[in-house]
Design a protein. Structure first.
Length: 231
C-alpha cells in the first residue's frame, strides 16, 4: 500500500504556541519518524512525504533557507538508520534551485539505498505535480527527437515511467493534515484514483493514533476504479 502525506500546518502550530514558523518545521520533522516506523505494522510499503512544493519558493527567504538546511540535516541524521532498516530513498522533484549541499546529500541517500526493496520512502522537495509532468514531457520529446520513441507509441504507461515515481504503484491514500482540503500540486498524475483523508490535526502533532485513524477510514472505502462497485 502506498500512502502520500501532505504535511501541512507547521506554521499554524507554531503561531498557536507563540513560536517561530521554523520551530514548527523542526517539530514537524520530528513527527516524521513515528509515522515511518508505523508503516510496517499496517502494510504500508511506500510512503511519500510532501516537504516543499514548487510554490513554496514564494515564502520569505529566511524560511526557505532554514527549511533547506533542515532537509540537509534531517537526511544526514537519518541516513544510517534508513540504510540499517533497508529503506530505499527516492527523491521526487526538481533539483533545479536546490543548494549544492542538499543535492549532494540527496544523491548520497538515493545512491546508497537504491538496492533496498523492503520499504520505499519518497521525499518530495521542490516538487510540483505539474512540473513533474512538464519534465516527463520534455524527456519524451527528447526520446522522439533521437528516434528512440514514436509518438504513436505513447500511452499512459510511457508517461508514468517518465515521472519521478517511475515504476512505483500509485498512492492508494493521500492524507492532508491541518484541515485544508486540496492537493496543492501533489502527485497530480498519480492521484487519479487515490482516496483522500483530511485530518484537522496540524502536522507537528500528527502521530501514530492519527495515522491509524486515516488507515481505518481507508479500510472502509469502496474502490471500484470506474466499474460498478461490488461486481
Ligand atoms: C507545511 O506547513 C510545511 C511546508 C509547506 C514546508 P506550513 O508551513 O504550510 O504551515 P501553515 O500552513 O503555514 O500552518
Ligand atoms: C502544501 O502545503 C505543500 C507542502 C505541505 C509541502 P502549503 O501550505 O504550501 O499549501 P497551500 O499554499 O496552503 O495550498
Ligand atoms: Mg500550509
Amino acid at each position: 500500500m502506498h500512502v502520500g502525506i501532505i504535511m501541512d500546518g507547521n506554521g499554524r502550530w507554531a503561531s498557536r504556541k507563540g513560536l517561530s514558523r521554523m520551530a514548527g518545521h523542526r517539530k514537524g520533522a520530528l513527527a516524521v519518524e513515528e509515522i515511518i516506523k508505523s508503516c510496517a505494522n499496517f502494510g504500508v510499503d511506500t510512503l511519500t512525504l510532501y516537504a516543499f512544493s514548487t510554490e513554496n519558493w514564494k515564502r520569505e527567504s529566511l524560511e526557505i533557507d532554514s527549511l533547506m538546511t533542515l532537509f540537509e540535516s534531517y537526511l544526514k541524521k537519518y541516513l544510517n538508520e534508513f540504510i540499517r532498516n533497508e529503506i530505499r530513498i527516492t527523491f521526487l522533484g526538481s533539483r533545479e534551485k536546490l543548494s549544492q549541499k542538499l543535492i549532494e546529500i540527496i544523491n548520497i541517500a538515493t545512491e546508497s539505498t537504491r538496492h533496498h526493496t523492503k520499504f520505499f520512502l519518497n521525499l518530495a522537495i521542490n516538487y510540483g505535480g505539474r512540473d513533474e509532468i512538464v519534465r516527463a514531457v520534455k524527456k519524451i520529446a527528447v526520446d522522439i527527437e533521437k528516434g528512440f520513441l514514436k509518438s504513436s507509441d505513447i500511452d499512459e504507461n510511457t508517461i508514468s515511467l517518465m515521472l519521478d515515481t517511475a515504476s512505483q504503484a500509485d498512492p492508494d491514500l493521500i492524507i492532508r493534515t491541518a484541515g485544508e482540503q486540496r492537493l496543492s500540486n501533489f502527485l497530480s498524475w498519480q492521484s487519479a484514483y487515490s482516496e483522500f483523508y483530511f485530518s484537522k490535526t496540524e502536522w507537528p502533532e500528527f502521530n501514530k493514533t492519527e495515522f491509524v485513524k486515516a488507515l481505518d477510514s481507508y479500510k472502509n472505502r469502496v474502490r471500484s476504479f470506474g466499474a460498478v462497485a461490488g461486481e
